[in-house]
Design a protein around this ligand. Structure first.
Ligand code: HEM
Length: 147
């Protein structure tokens, strides 16, 4: 079981309490698709992804970016039982969507970049440590139902 310090808990809660989901979610997913283009293969039904501008202006991608970010709320609200919180989403991404689980880490990295750019100096080393740990636990939980 993962142990969280009070400081880690308050940093994670603080990041999400101040997060603009409609801004950060689309930016993180768009970066993922642009910087790591093989991740586009799962979004074939989303329309034009042919250029970085097309991806950044794609409303379906933007909406899905918001949805993914809200998917992380589940972990924030269940810090002591993240595996259980993600068991259904893990099955979905593995059995139904066949998303390569390496991509979870990649998306997490893109999210880190976007949040860091947004927070500027407030994204301290302590903030990055707590957020990185949080993402590692989420990525592990999402990968649990792969077989
Ligand atoms: C932080 C990691 C991730 C979280 C929290 C997450 C969360 C979610 C959520 C909440 C949904 C909607 C499920 C539903 O409709 O019931 C979803 C669907 C989906 N996810 Fe993820 N996801 C993550 C990573 C990824 C990655 C890395 C990819 C591919 C590169 C991906 C591809 C998809 C696709 C293709 C769908 C279905 C979209 C659709 O139905 O239009 N996800 N994800």
């Amino acid at each position: 079981m993962v142990e969280w310090t009070q400081q880690e808990r308050s940093i994670i809660a603080g990041i999400f309490a101040n997060l603009n989901y409609e801004d950060i979610g689309p930016k993180a997913l768009a970066r993922c698709l642009i910087v790591y283009p093989w991740t586009q293969r799962y979004f074939g039904a989303y329309g034009d992804l042919s250029t970085p501008d097309a991806i950044k202006g794609n409303a379906k991608i933007a909406a899905h970016g918001v949805k993914v970010l809200h998917g992380l709320d589940r972990a924030v609200k269940n810090m002591d039982n993240i595996n259980e919180a993600y068991s259904e989403l893990s099955v979905l991404h593995s059995d139904k969507l066949h998303v390569d689980p390496d991509n979870f880490r990649i998306l997490g990295d893109c999210l880190t970049v976007v949040i860091a750019a947004n927070l500027g100096d407030a994204f301290t080393v302590e903030t990055q440590c707590a957020f990185q740990k949080f993402l590692a636990v989420v990525v592990f939980a999402l990968g649990r139902k792969y077989h």
